[in-house]
Design a protein around this ligand. Structure first.
Ligand code: NCD
Ligand code: ZN
Length: 458
């Protein structure tokens, strides 16, 4: 039996912050309160710090297998650990795309050999996906399903691709509202969430244009692309009763559509990302193509509306859409630069900063740990500091600040869109199931990550 005792931190429990000791036995939180050390226990003096639940980033792109020049599970999870993210849920647009139980199992084996933190896997919904494939993916341990509305699939490369091409015989048509309607009964029966990339293909197609300036980017992907996709997908979800999750919400229009869907009784959850909460079009001259991503960062009005949606609890999750590309791919001109920014390492600190500015630091662990655990079906073992829960713990020092810089980044891609930002917190150490994975800001973890599966699926 191994015993760990954290002494004297402000502990962020589901009921709020409290000054307490936390005893961890064999990787699990055993007791919160005043604890006398048992013989042989390792005592960790954390007076003056915050003890927070490890974050669960429900939206990352490991690029593994497929694009080792961009990232792999080792570099992704080193960045995650360094940022206090103890579980990552990986998107299925790796290569081969995660469209069958066999591919999911092979990806899980690969991830297990490299992951420094725990991980879960989303499965892909193609326009050709069958009800049986959904059941097999669920049985293989998928956290849920992801449909890239408007994204085609290259059949020969087994890769999700953004393309407006319709004549290419190698491209399978993107999944659409018809696909969701067809699979609705099985999605409801299985009960796992369906995540959508919510930009409507028809709207995007109408507003396509060459991207010369950031105004072109904004005009080519208007907020209505989000609201139309959300309203339509929500109508299908409501009809069939399956849980729908909106990835990376970026606009005021999208938020209004999500709010309407919730009032109409849809089982709907919404995530946004730090880049949409902290950046706007005004930052493009400074950040340039490193800020190119889909959906695009929009206006200050959108930013303020998203912050308000988070404050009001319409948006409950902050995830990163960590999407690294190589320096060469990111430094092309605006038209050809690939979309996406790394972010997993800065999720927790940027969320703490926003929560502090909103006047309640305990909002941050709700956005990045508690609500994500619920989405992933992990809320019985992760996302909270409570007896019986995995001791995924982050020690944050509120007396130190951090400025996001390429030098500190553990991802293969060093240039996150938030680089240059200063926050009034620093990560001191991180524990995964009671094992130290970051110490004094340094990543010490080996490949200790386990695959997590949703609890309630038979
Ligand atoms: C994502 C990627 O690179 O995998 N890029 C992005 O800008 N978000 C794909 C996607 O989600 O569109
Ligand atoms: Zn993504």
């Amino acid at each position: 039996m191994t015993e760990l005792l954290f002494r004297g931190a402000t502990v962020f429990t589901p009921r709020g912050p409290t000054r307490a000791d936390v005893r961890v036995t064999d990787g699990v939180v055993a007791h919160i309160g005043n604890v006398d050390p048992v013989k042989g226990a390792t005592v960790v003096d954390v007076r003056g710090t915050y003890l927070l639940p490890g974050a669960i980033d429900v939206h990352v792109h490991s690029r593994d297998p497929g694009f080792p020049d961009k990232e792999d599970f080792g570099t992704l999870t080193a960045a995650a650990a360094a940022g206090g993210v103890t579980t990552v849920i990986d998107m299925p647009n790796t290569v081969p795309a995660v469209d069958s139980a066999g591919v999911l199992e092979a990806k899980a084996a690969l991830a297990r050999s490299r992951a420094r933190v725990d991980f879960g896997l989303w499965a892909l919904v193609r326009s050709s996906t069958t009800p049986d494939q959904l059941r097999e993916l669920a049985a293989a341990g998928a956290i849920g399903f992801k449909a890239y509305l408007g994204y085609a699939l290259s059949v020969s490369r087994r890769q999700v691709t953004h393309s407006f091409e319709t004549e290419d015989p190698d491209l399978e048509a993107p999944p659409d509202y018809g696909t969701l309607t067809r699979l609705g009964p099985e999605l409801a029966e299985i009960g796992l969430p369906l995540v959508i990339h919510a930009e409507d293909a028809g709207v995007l197609n109408t507003f396509r244009r060459p991207l010369e300036t950031y105004a072109d980017v904004l005009a080519s992907r208007p907020g209505e692309a989000e609201s139309v996709a959300i309203a339509a997908a929500a109508a299908v979800a409501r009809e069939h009763g399956f849980p729908l999750h909106i990835a990376h919400l970026s606009s005021a229009s999208g938020l209004a559509a999500a709010e309407e869907a919730v009032s109409a009784g849809t089982k709907l959850t919404v995530e946004t990302c730090p880049q949409y909460l902290w950046l706007s079009e005004a930052d493009f001259p400074r950040i340039s193509t490193w800020m190119k991503m889909n959906p695009p960062v929009k206006t200050l009005h959108d930013q303020a509306t998203l912050r308000d949606g988070l404050k009001r609890g319409v948006i409950t999750i902050v995830a990163t859409d960590h999407a690294p590309h190589t320096d060469e791919e990111k430094s092309r001109d605006l038209e050809h630069a690939l979309p996406g920014t790394p972010g997993v390492q800065t999720l927790y600190l940027s969320s703490l900063q926003l929560a502090k500015e909103m006047g309640d630091i305990s909002l941050a662990p709700r956005w990045v740990a508690e609500a994500p655990a619920e989405l992933g079906g992990l809320a019985e073992s992760k996302g909270s500091i409570a007896p019986g829960y995995d001791a995924d713990l982050v020690v944050v020092d509120p007396r130190q600040s951090t400025t996001f810089s390429p030098r500190m980044m553990r991802s293969r891609q060093k240039h996150g869109a938030l680089n240059g930002m200063r926050v009034e917190f620093a990560i001191d150490s991180v524990y995964l199931r009671g094992m130290p994975v970051v110490n004094g800001g340094r990543v010490t973890a080996g490949a200790q990550g386990r695959m997590v599966r949703p609890a309630s699926v038979g």
